[in-house]
Ligand binder design. Structure first.
Ligand SMILES: [Mn+2]
Length: 432
């Protein structure tokens, strides 16, 4: 994808840019430590990170920007932490002048993200696990805007742009601010600091109009709103780098705004996405944006390819698959199986498992899709636990207890806030 950029002036006299071009590579939502059903994603993360190192060289990247959800969970396994640290060490060796900036997402623990910072040269790697706050002379505290502003080195090491590094903001990080007042203040401070140089702004949030993938993006609600309005951003940033949504996508707005997306599918919903990293060349206030597709090391199949099919069909399709038996297990394709059922199918699971037995495939899920029958079942009956959204369970329970009515807005909001708290509270024994 290319963002509209000025067409080159005709004739021989091309005006050289006033500032040297800076090349920034934007990637997001790595979810290191992710496990799909029971399957580790380590081989896929290794393949992605090795490819990314080569790509950083090929693009002559000056800056690498990772916009949150670096880890899949607040308390990631040692292997995931080691993978990040090895990547940072390899990147420092391969591109010693490159600056890497890592932001916290809603899946990350801020303390965990910031942990290695004291060991590293902050001219080379910066971590923003949470929104920094500062004490005010009159008491209380406020977001520390100065601490968020980072000079970005161009190819010669000179400052060629500025970054306003806003990570995922929990309600407690915002204090009296809202995301709207925070972004207004950050943009103002960033534009002032940048002077005439390009400003890059970041966020880990869900902007209205973005394409979501229901099964793997844990919902985030700030100030009672799940999706934030595009009015958070004005025309001043040369580029807004977002994380949280897993589909690589541009968002229509007053400046170039883009989700880099995750490096590979984290659920079956994402299997048809074109996963990519975004390469941004900043020059003279213009951003030339290209996305570079990431090779997918492990195919993600669905049987049937669309919708659901009766059990006999599903078994036939599984048996007919042509597969490479020589692949190591961590390269075996994933498969999600969707069976159309009209009633209880006691042998469904065992027949699917028997069809898969000995095949170089990794089953992620068996979806039972109830084919409509005249007497309608209760809304949640027959649903797979993994498919249920807490909000839907809450609404169904409320309806069952209150004559079929939906929960009132204030109660639904309170439930949404509670859900955010539960999902973002650090694990027991972990520093906040
Ligand atoms: Mn996220």
């Amino acid at each position: 994808m290319t963002h509209p950029m000025p067409s080159p002036a005709p004739g021989p006299a091309l005006t050289p840019a006033l500032t040297p071009a800076l090349t920034l590579v934007h990637t997001s939502d790595w979810h290191l430590g992710h496990v799909l059903a029971t399957h580790e994603r380590e081989a896929e993360h290794d393949a992605f990170l090795a490819w990314l190192l080569d790509e950083l060289d090929a693009q002559a990247a000056d800056v690498l920007l990772v916009t949150g959800d670096v880890y899949d969970v607040a308390n990631p396994p040692v292997a995931a932490t080691r993978r990040l640290y090895r990547f940072l060490a390899d990147a420092a060796r391969r591109r010693p002048a490159m600056l890497t900036v890592i932001l916290g997402g809603n899946h990350d623990s801020a303390a965990r993200i910031n942990l290695p910072a004291p060991l590293l040269d902050e001219a080379r790697v910066r971590f923003f696990g949470a929104l920094p706050r500062k004490a005010l002379p009159e008491g209380g505290s406020a977001p520390d805007l100065d601490a968020l502003l980072v000079p970005l080195p161009g190819p010669g090491g000179e400052t060629a742009a500025w970054l306003a590094a806003v990570p995922f903001c929990r309600p407690g990080d915002l204090g009296a601010e809202t995301l709207a007042t925070l972004y207004a203040a950050v943009t103002e401070a960033g534009a002032a600091r940048a002077g005439g140089l390009p400003l890059v702004l970041t966020g880990h949030l869900h902007v209205a109009g973005g394409d979501v993938s229901e099964l793997s993006e844990r919902r985030i609600v700030v100030g009672g709103e799940e999706a934030q309005a595009i009015t958070l951003f004005d025309a001043r940033p040369a580029y807004v780098a977002l994380g949280h949504l897993h589909r690589a996508q541009a968002i229509a707005g007053p400046c170039p705004i883009r989700y880099a997306g995750s490096p590979f599918p984290l659920s079956a919903t994402e299997r048809d996405y074109r996963h990519a990293v975004t390469v941004v060349r900043l020059s003279g206030g213009e951003a030339a944006i290209t996305d570079v597709p990431i090779p997918r090391p492990v195919p993600f199949l669905a049987i049937p390819p669309q919708g659901a099919a009766p059990l006999d069909d599903v078994v036939r399709q599984l048996e007919a698959l042509a597969l490479d038996a020589d692949l190591p297990r961590e390269r075996h394709p994933f498969v999600e199986v969707s069976v159309a059922v009209t009633g209880p199918e006691p042998h469904l699971q065992s027949r699917v498992l028997a069809a898969l037995d000995g095949k170089p495939l990794r089953l992620t899920r068996i979806v039972r899709q109830q084919v409509s029958v005249p007497d309608q079942p209760a809304p949640l009956a027959g649903a797979d636990l993994g498919d249920l959204q807490p909000e839907a369970v809450f609404a169904a329970l409320y309806a069952a207890r209150h004559g079929g009515h939906a929960p009132p807005d204030d109660l639904a909001d309170a439930f949404a806030r509670l859900l955010v708290e539960v999902n973002t509270t650090p694990a027991v024994g972990e520093e906040a």
